[in-house]
Design a protein around this ligand. Structure first.
Ligand code: ZN
Length: 78
């Protein structure tokens, strides 16, 4: 399921407001495309997306998802 840009923004804002937030897999997957795009573009990560990075470092399932997405984005931009 995809969220609109507005929903993604508000989710990131919400997460960014909470200190030491831990994402669950569902929230992580909502934000993962945004995270992959920004990382590929070399943009700085807002607090909400740093939580994604944190989740990826502890969750193999989401990391797999992320790597597949990153691969797809690279192919798109190549
Ligand atoms: Zn996860």
């Amino acid at each position: 399921m995809l969220l609109s840009r507005k929903e993604i923004d508000s989710l990131m804002k919400l997460i960014g407001l909470t200190q030491d937030v831990e994402l669950n897999c569902e929230q992580c997957l909502y934000l993962i495309a945004e995270f992959a795009e920004r990382e590929l573009a070399g943009k700085t990560l807002p607090a909400g997306l740093q939580a994604v990075e944190q989740h990826l470092s502890v969750c193999a399932e989401c990391r797999e998802e992320y790597e597949a997405l990153q691969q797809a984005l690279r192919e798109l931009s190549a």
